[in-house]
Write a protein that binds this ligand. Sequence first.
Ligand code: RIB
Length: 292
Amino acid sequence: MTAETGAPVIVVLGSINMDLVTTTARRPVPGETVVGMEFVMVPGGKGANQAIAAQRAGAAVRFLGAVGDDVCATELRRALTDSAVAVDRLRTVTGPSGVATIIVDRAGENSIIVVGGANARMTELDGDDLAAIAAADILLCQLELPIDTVTAAAGHARANRTTVVLNPSPARRLPADLSANVDVAVLNSGEYDQLRPDLTLVPHVVVTRGAAGATYRGPDGTLRSQPSPEVTVRDTTGAGDAFTGALAATWHRGPEWALRWACAAGALATTKLGASTAIPTAAEIAAAVAAE
Ligand code: RIB
């Protein structure tokens, strides 16, 4: 916790992408061209979205990641600093930044293709990165960086009693030396179906279920369901990131509180177009929770 504000200190080790978002009434089938409705370029990436979400939900966040030396880099960096996320451990590497091509349909459902770019170059953690992880309350990771880097960070966090929150997305089987060091896993129901065997030893598992809210399984087998506030959905992109960032920021208050805040944050994030641009503030989340 920071001495000044008492906010939890969260290190996010993750991706940062430029999202190229196109809205369309209907997705094209292979070989077909359809006319879209809107196009926007907005900063995204699961790591950056979750960092911004955790900071807006009340945590003090430091971002470990990489941008390229291309035209996207300045705007990506600014997206973090505009939300007061600390970027002293954000590297600039030669080559392109991460890019995500996103199609959003009439129902607000998305399809995403991610090209890692600079994110794939995050293969080493230096002494300053490791010191930041050791000093944090929470290490928050996803799987858009090389998995060996995530595994090394989680091991270092566990050795230093930093709580490890993992959003294993995009889903892939987890090496045993990663899952053994995860305290809290946060994933959607499709990812859970794929990764269930790797999560048996993870003490806290949170599964997001879209408009139906989320479920929680605790270390003693406790089960809990949290419904989501009803909202009008515009774009579901980044809703899971808003959920995960808010959950990490409020985890110190206990799973019940954190789940309520996370469900409200995730629901609010679906009401606007884009990922990082749709993430709610603590005041907006608090108002939604109070209105339940
Ligand atoms: O979770 C949404 C994010 O996934 C997008 O911002 C995109 O960049 C991809 O990483």
